[in-house]
Design a protein around this ligand. Structure first.
Ligand SMILES: Cc1ncc(COP(=O)(O)O)c(C=O)c1O
Length: 349
């Protein structure tokens, strides 16, 4: 089955008791057991919950992986994955990863002896040179946030085995109404270790959040089409605006990642960032929009605008991941693109 169909059907059979077509919200912390040591299917909700299991199944299916595990946030998913590491293990990060990922490694896992390096992964020879015998995780995000650099996934996978870590908070949920995370792998042994850690550490999502995420996933394909269409229209507008000094978007021919993006992406996504002349101008623009809400996060149906340097990327200001303070990031929602362009036009004016 194709992506759009799996989004609605994987893990989501009509519920057996009454035939409800939506997976119910199993709002329970525990399950009555018919006999000692013989639970029906689940025994305790940290270990498993049917609403969560449906979400884990559909996300694994969408990723083409055999095992899915869901967490209370993207960071909880990342932390649980990184707990498979031991002192002296090495993590290689691209120089444009999410600031929270860098913070987790630099300010939490470093105290436990896990080491990391940061490298420009668009430069494959630098990437290769930075790999060590102790490298256990290669952390690839593409397109990156907020500079929209494109990393060649096939080339990266050739250099290292892939593992998937996602924030469900963003496009998967898609309605800015939950925080969640997921890990997907087809490696049985790793899946077993991760399921152990998921239960042992306990950073699991509640059934209501799993239900909201399941509901969001059903329209993921449709929403992505609208996000991508809106972003392309906005990029067209920004590229010709006299106050805009540069536009970062992988769908622009001439963008350093354009060719790789055409090869590995179906479309170019809903994230756009751009620069204006000064920090003062950037402040005016982000505080001057009416439809674009000034807010962190991304991937929801409503459009958001922010300044990464003092907002989402403040925690990396003194690190190799620092971004310019003239940079503005847009998460393009599914409003009509002409209305979004008009809003940016008045804010830039
Ligand atoms: C690329 C990336 N990874 C991970 C995260 C963390 O996800 P969460 O906020 O769900 O913990 C974010 C959140 O902004 C992100 O943008």
């Amino acid at each position: 089955m194709r992506f759009e169909t799996r989004a609605l059907h994987a893990g989501q059979e009509p519920e057996p008791a009454y035939g409800a077509v939506n997976v119910p919200i199993y709002q329970t912390s525990t399950y009555a057991q018919p006999e000692v040591g013989k639970p029906k299917r689940f025994d305790y909700a940290r270990t498993g919950n049917p609403t969560r299991e449906a979400l884990e199944t559909v996300i694994a299916s969408l990723e083409g992986g055999r095992h899915g595990l869901c967490f209370a946030s993207g960071m909880a998913a990342e932390a649980t994955l990184l707990l498979t590491l031991r002192p002296d293990d090495h993590v290689l990060l691209s120089n444009d990863v999410y600031g929270g990922t860098y913070r987790l490694l630099a300010r939490v896992l470093a105290d436990w002896g896990v080491v990391h390096d940061v490298v420009d992964m668009t430069d494959l020879s630098a990437f290769r040179a930075a790999l060590r015998e102790e490298t256990r995780v290669v952390w690839v995000e593409t397109p990156t946030n907020p500079l929209l650099k494109v990393i060649d996934i096939a080339a990266a996978a050739e250099l290292a085995h892939g593992r998937g870590a996602h924030s469900v908070t963003k496009y998967l949920g898609g309605h800015s109404d939950l925080v969640g995370g997921a890990l997907v792998t087809s490696d049985d042994a790793l899946a077993e270790r991760l399921a152990f850690l998921q239960n042992a550490v306990g950073a699991v999502p509640g059934p209501m959040d799993c239900y909201l995420a399941l509901r969001g996933v059903k329209t993921l394909a449709l929403r992505m089409e609208a996000h991508c269409r809106g972003a392309r229209r906005i990029v067209e507008f920004l590229s010709q605006h006299p106050r805009v000094t540069s536009v970062h978007f992988p769908g622009i021919p001439g963008h350093p990642g354009f060719e790789v993006a055409v090869r590995q992406m179906k479309d170019f996504g809903g994230m756009v960032s751009f620069e204006v002349g000064t920090k003062g101008e950037a402040l005016q623009v982000v505080q001057g929009t009416k439809l674009f809400f000034l807010a962190e996060s991304l991937g929801g149906v409503e459009s958001l605008i922010e300044m990464p340097a003092p907002m989402t990327h403040a925690s990396v200001s003194d690190s190799p991941l620092a971004v310019p303070d003239t940079l503005i990031r847009l998460s393009v929602g599914i409003e009509h693109p002409d209305d979004l362009v008009a809003d940016l036009q008045q804010a830039l004016g």
